[in-house]
Design a protein around this ligand. Sequence first.
Ligand SMILES: O=C(O)CCC(=O)C(=O)O
Ligand SMILES: [Fe+2]
Length: 508
Amino acid sequence: MSAKSHSFFNPSRELYYSDVLPALSIAFLNDPDNPKIYTTSVTGLSELKELEDLYIDELNEYTDLLQQKVHSLKLYLEKLKLEKLENYEQRVQYVSNPLKAFGLLRRTHQDWPKWHNYTKSDIGAAKLIAMEQLLAKAPGNDDMMEAYKGMHRIEEVYDLEAADMAKGLLLGKQYDAKMSTAECLALGDYMFNQSEFARAAKWYRLGLYYNTEYSNDVFKQIYGFESDEIRKMFLIARIKGASVDDVPIYLRELSHGPHTPLWKSEKGIPTAYQEGCWGRLPRRRDLTCRYNSTTSPFLRLAPLKMEMISLDPYIVIYRDVLSEHEIRLATDKSNYGVMFDTWTYDADPRIKLERISKGGMLYTKELSVVNKRIEDMTGLNVSLTDELQMANYGLGGHFLPHYDFVNLTRRTTLTRIFETIGGDRQVTVLFYTSDVELGGATLFPKLNITVRPEKGSALIWNNLDHTGQPDVLTEHGICPVIVGSRWTLTQTLAEWDQMFKKPCNTKI
Ligand SMILES: O=C(O)CCC(=O)C(=O)O
Ligand SMILES: [Fe+2]
């Protein structure tokens, strides 16, 4: 996790306005020493898929070249075989004929060195070099670690069974994807190292269940897992996770299918966070939706669909507020140049809030109309802060619960920066620029509110209460994404920019 050890206040780089603009202070880390991380966004992962496809193309061409070589050598051997003689007499008879003797001399003198050179030739060397260059871009340990953590997060938060995950069954939906023995065992080892012994045991048992005996030596070397070794790891995980007295039970568990629950591994009571992420929180029925045609004069012409989510703190959703064209612009990675891994820091820079995503700042003239729409929806000013912050989440991507306000009374370096740019974050405006197939809801844990991303919607809330104080009830986070590419665009409206818009002591 090397990128993440950097401080937001990295003295080697200037602090840009964009760094403090997004919800909380997001450090866009562009560290040339740091290898690229693919796992943290679906756009990054799609680049890795492209890399794999390129590698496979090269490998295909390389094997074609090797095959051509084998084919040519075989043809040569076949040609010689026709002339192979059994004994001395036959050979004498053969070389007694001057035409044949001459041919033999010519072949061994002229052809052999050429064939030998051909045999020794580095056919495919260029392909090997190309493959090595691709290999240099392969994910490193940090990336692999993020992928393990993402899988762990999905399994844990959504309480998924390893056996279901391995066969592609995610939250009751069957996907066309299966996990191999290698993948099950890799997760087994990871969980073991995290002291998650019951989970590790399940992954080991799955690995054992799907283990294949390979007859090919190379396959054995690369993929071959010793079943005895896996059994041993299962038993160690069980003993470490439970008790040494029950080894006979664990041995029996090994002969059961992967769907049989492990002894004494009943599920715990789901936490409120889990309930929220599953979308099982009861919906409030007392709030209404309506067409808003009053917040700004423009809305009189084009009212927007508004749904109340909470009155205090004030939270609303506007539906269908982005056009397909705007959504395309906002989810086109070419509009962001480099996308950075985003880690978010509290006003106290020592507190690091985990956010697994890639982000970038979007400023295109075309999207300035989105800022205008924000003003129409909120009746407030988007002034200095006219850049919109994009986020795209990756494998198990999430954002731990946090506040968007910085709380100026804390008087830290960060809050002082906010004082120069219009005060605290009065309002957060979050556009969902994609749907998310499974997971990835925005959760307000203190309010028991879950909002599912819906492409084209905007979720808007007031981070400060009507007296201008930070409202801790606005704590919010993002549940891990299970399936889908989650895209968002965020804008925050600064407190003092609303001086002439928002009367004191009133709600927006
Ligand atoms: O994308 C979301 O659901 C929330 C994003 C967020 O909390 C933020 O940008 O501060
Ligand atoms: Fe936030």
